[in-house]
Write a protein that binds this ligand. Structure first.
Ligand code: AMP
Ligand code: MG
Length: 274
């Protein structure tokens, strides 16, 4: 992120730190010195950078990169996928969306369907919802008893550690909007014929459980933000700023991998193309 270029570390939750979402401002845009228009221009530059880094990752065929997106309804998961990854070569980037589990998925353990979608070498995978639903919606709606979901934080940490040790880099983003912003976005979906397809009457029921979701998110983020798979709480009321934060954090991480195009396994000077 330019215009001051402060690190996105500000939004990273330190391992073991309690999370109080009320104290984290969803309207914050303090890491960027410009306005919305400049923010959008900046994102175009970040898109280019990300495109280059993704190509390197793909060319190297060594590492795996996983981005986890979680948010309340209307929080902007789809928007991040569309805007942050705009221009990136679709070959090598994949989105995995996790919906209400099917009967087959429910017959397995909750990580079964997740592991299958984890990135392969050279691949970036974006999780649109994730295994975290199994300590969020599942907890809020008591879909399994407390003793079952409460064990899952440790299980998730162990699972993510294993993925990391096998070469996956993991970044997790909670897109943080407030309840008023959700109201405005739901109303926009209700009223705009081009957005109405996204309006889900069930979202209104979930909205009534806002406080329960907040509690579930706070515990999940606090207990599963680890050195190997950190959570970022992204201020997301301003869509342009949300996109900048996510894009910058991903770019910083990819740059830190110090990737390089693979060396040729032949002498290019000696190979003639007739
Ligand atoms: P959407 O992302 O709007 O298409 O909605 C997907 C729905 O699937 C949401 O209501 C999620 O809460 C629900 N969902 C995703 N994962 C799970 C899960 N593990 N258990 C129950 N519901 C889930
Ligand atoms: Mg929805």
């Amino acid at each position: 992120m330019k215009k001051n270029d402060k690190s996105m570390d500000k939004y990273r939750i330190l391992p073991g730190k309690p999370v109080d979402l009320k104290k984290l401002d969803p309207n914050d845009s303090s890491n960027f010195g410009g306005d919305k228009k400049e923010g959008k221009e900046e994102l175009l530059k970040l898109n280019k950078k990300l495109e280059g880094l993704q190509e390197l990752l793909y060319a190297e065929q060594k590492r795996k990169f996983l981005v986890v997106l979680q948010a309340m309804d209307t929080g902007g998961k789809d928007g991040v996928i569309r805007h942050v990854f705009e221009g990136v070569n679709p070959q090598g980037v994949r989105v995995a969306s996790f919906k209400t589990p099917t009967a087959i998925e429910l017959a397995h353990d909750y990580l079964w369907r997740i592991h299958q979608q984890a990135p392969a070498r050279g691949e970036i995978v974006i999780f649109n919802r994730s295994h975290y639903e199994d300590v969020l919606v599942v907890r809020v709606h008591e879909l399994v008893p407390r003793e079952v979901w409460s064990r899952r934080y440790d299980q998730i940490n162990a699972f993510e550690k294993q993925l990391t040790e096998e070469g996956t880099t993991i970044l997790k983003f909670f897109l943080h909007i407030d309840k008023d912003e959700q109201k405005a976005r739901l109303e926009a979906r209700r009223d705009d014929p081009e957005k109405r397809w996204k309006f889900n009457v069930d979202d209104l029921k979930e909205r009534k459980l806002w406080d329960e979701y907040v509690r579930a998110y706070e515990e999940a983020i606090s207990r599963t933000s680890t050195e190997w798979a950190p959570w970022y709480v992204v201020p997301a009321n301003k869509k342009w700023y949300r996109n900048l934060v996510v894009a910058s954090a991903i770019i910083d991480k990819l740059e830190g991998l110090k990737m390089a195009f693979p060396e040729a396994d032949f002498d290019p000077k000696k190979v003639k193309v007739d």
